[in-house]
Design a binder for this molecule. Structure first.
Ligand code: ZN
Ligand code: ZN
Length: 361
C-alpha cells in the first residue's frame, strides 16, 4: 500500500472515530484524488474503519485499478444511484458523513431517495472541511511538487520581463506566459493567466483584454503552474519606465506593498493565526493611508487546488503550523489608476517561513 495514501486514510479514520461516523462518502474531486490517487473525473469513495472502496463507472474502471491500488474498486451505473444503498448496507454503515460543500441539493435528494427501502436506517451526516483540514499540512513530496511549480512561475515572470513592451496587448503577453509555462513542463494551468495593465490593474481578478500595455503604468501579472497536480501562485507588478524617469506614484505604492509583504513573511511563525498574519501586512498598508484599498485577504493555502485552506484573512481563526503552504499577497488597488499586488508562495517550516518562489524585490 502506498505509504502516503495509508497515512492520509489513517488521519481520516481518526476523524471518523472522533465524530462517531461509520464511514465517509467522499465526492469532491481533489479530495477523492488526495485520498486514493485516482485521477478520473467521476467516482466516489466510501471509507470506513476497515474498508476503502472506490465506486466508479465503466469509463474509469481500468484507470481506477491502476491509480488506486489500495482501494476495492466497484463498478457502478453512471445513470442510476441504486448502488449507493446496496453498498452502504454491505459495508454496514449507519452514520455516513458526506461533504456538504460538494453534494448539491438535488444529489442529496437522489441519495436520500435511493436508501429508502434498501438501507433506510442510514443517516446522512453533513460534514465540512474534513479532508480539506488533512490536506492543509503537506507531505515533503507535495512541497517538492509545489516548489517545482513555483520555479516555473518564477522563470515565466523573467520571460515576461524580457518580452513585455509598450504596445503589446494584455492577451498577447498572457499567451506568451502560458506557452512558456506549458513548454517548461507545467500541466494545464490551474487558472487563467492574469495580465492587467493601467486602470485594469485596479481589479484584483481582471481577465486579460485587448488593451495595449503602456509606459509608466502598473502591470499586474498573476500566474500559476501545475506539477503532478500541485499548483503554484505568483504575482508580480511591473512598470515600463520611460527613459526620463517613470511614475513616482508607482514607486511609492510599490514600496508600501513590498514592506507589508516582508513584514508578514518575517513575522509569521508557527502558531500565528490567519487573522494575525493578515494584520501584520494590513497594519502597514493602513498606516500608509491605503487601508480601504486593500480589500482582500492576505493569502490562502495552495495545494491540489489553487485556493484551499488555510485562510490568511481578517476573520480567519486558522492556526498556521509547520508544513503548511500558502501565499502572502498584499495589494493596493486605486480605481482609475491601477493596482499593485505582490504575491509569493511560501511554506512554514521549523516555525519560520521559507519562500518557494524567489521573493519579490
Ligand atoms: Zn495569484
Ligand atoms: Zn493567490
Amino acid at each position: 500500500m502506498a505509504s502516503n495514501i495509508l497515512s492520509r486514510l489513517q488521519k481520516l479514520r481518526r476523524n471518523l472515530a472522533d465524530n462517531a461516523l461509520d464511514g465517509m462518502f467522499v465526492s469532491q474531486e481533489d479530495n477523492r484524488h488526495y485520498l486514493s490517487g485516482f485521477l478520473g473525473t467521476a467516482g466516489s469513495l466510501l471509507i470506513t474503519a476497515r474498508e476503502a472502496v472506490l465506486a466508479t463507472d465503466f469509463r474509469y474502471i481500468e484507470q481506477a485499478g491502476i491509480q488506486a491500488p489500495d482501494y476495492r474498486i466497484v463498478q457502478i451505473s453512471a445513470t442510476s444511484p441504486d448502488w449507493f444503498a446496496k453498498l452502504t448496507a454491505d459495508l454496514n454503515i449507519k452514520r455516513l458523513g458526506f461533504e456538504a460543500g460538494d453534494i448539491t441539493f438535488s444529489r442529496h435528494r437522489q441519495l436520500s431517495e435511493s436508501i429508502l427501502g434498501t438501507n433506510s436506517q442510514l443517516e446522512l451526516v453533513p460534514t465540512e472541511g474534513t479532508v480539506e483540514a488533512i490536506r492543509m499540512v503537506k507531505e515533503p513530496e507535495e512541497i517538492e511538487f509545489m516548489s517545482s511549480a513555483a520555479g516555473i512561475a518564477d522563470k515565466a515572470v523573467e520571460h515576461a520581463r524580457k518580452v513585455i513592451h509598450a504596445g503589446l496587448k494584455e492577451k498577447e503577453l498572457a499567451w506568451e506566459i502560458e506557452k512558456f509555462m506549458r513548454e517548461s513542463g507545467s500541466q494545464s494551468l490551474p487558472f487563467e493567466v492574469i495580465v492587467a495593465s493601467g486602470p485594469n490593474a485596479a481589479l484584483p481578478h481582471a481577465r486579460p483584454s485587448e488593451r495595449r500595455i503602456g509606459n509608466n503604468e502598473p502591470v499586474v501579472i498573476d500566474i500559476g503552474a501545475r506539477i503532478h497536480g500541485y499548483c503554484s501562485d505568483l504575482t508580480r507588478t511591473i512598470c515600463l519606465e520611460e527613459p526620463n524617469g517613470g511614475d513616482p506614484k508607482f514607486k511609492q505604492v510599490y514600496a508600501i506593498v513590498l514592506k507589508a509583504q516582508s513584514a508578514a513573511i518575517t513575522g509569521i511563525t508557527k502558531g500565528t493565526t490567519g487573522r494575525d498574519a493578515d494584520a501584520l501586512a494590513r497594519k502597514i498598508i493602513e498606516d500608509a493611508g491605503y487601508g480601504k484599498a486593500f480589500g482582500h485577504s492576505l493569502g490562502h493555502g495552495v495545494g491540489l487546488d489553487e485556493h484551499e485552506q488555510p485562510c490568511l484573512g481578517p476573520n480567519s481563526k486558522d492556526v498556521l503550523t509547520d508544513n503548511m503552504v500558502f501565499t502572502v499577497e498584499p495589494g493596493i488597488y486605486l480605481s482609475g489608476w491601477g493596482g499593485i499586488r505582490i504575491e509569493d508562495l511560501v511554506v512554514l517550516e521549523n516555525g519560520k517561513i521559507r519562500p518557494l518562489s524567489k521573493v519579490a524585490k
